[in-house]
Design a protein. Sequence first.
Lengths: 111, 115
Amino acid sequence: ILNVEQSPQSLHVQEGDSTNFTCSFPSSNFYALHWYRWETAKSPEALFVMTLNGDEKKKGRISATLNTKEGYSYLYIKGSQPEDSATYLCASSGGANNLFFGTGTRLTVIP
Amino acid sequence: DTGVSQDPRHKITKRGQNVTFRCDPISEHNRLYWYRQTLGQGPEFLTYFQNEAQLEKSRLLSDRFSAERPKGSFSTLEIQRTEQGDSAMYLCASSPRSLKGETQYFGPGTRLLVL
């Protein structure tokens, strides 16, 4: 079992603000780090998979970075919009076939 | 674009009853996973299949739980003699290949409430 932690647990930001969340994971036996966005009543949506130290991925206004040596990843949202309101989950596979998830960061963007 | 589908989306049952959930993965995905999410927690792994073979089961999967994927396509998860602690969101995911770190594509989940 991998201990994956996310902070903060929840976050309220004003529309237009930029924000970021943290995911920490065991750096030993690391294989891949996944970010998902989960809107209420919908399926979790895969955002990024990162495997290499220093990886940076971008999708529109959302980007993520990976530091495997110290065991953390950041997710950034630039110019938050109300439609960005969701729970953002990170997960590490650590070489296992399944994913080990954090408890998520619940983002609310206030219009 | 047909993603992963799950049925039913919601289930309310009384303690002691049996329930069965179905997952239809993305066509031709050979890996299928079941996860469970309880309040305040992230999804936790239950079991996974590669084609029709169940290759791994979590210690969370007590003997009241059984999962099948008879033809390597859809899967069912049955819970016998449900308990209130079984109340959770049950998520299914599939991935196209048998590679570690492969993206898993999730369904919308089945929310179970045991009264």
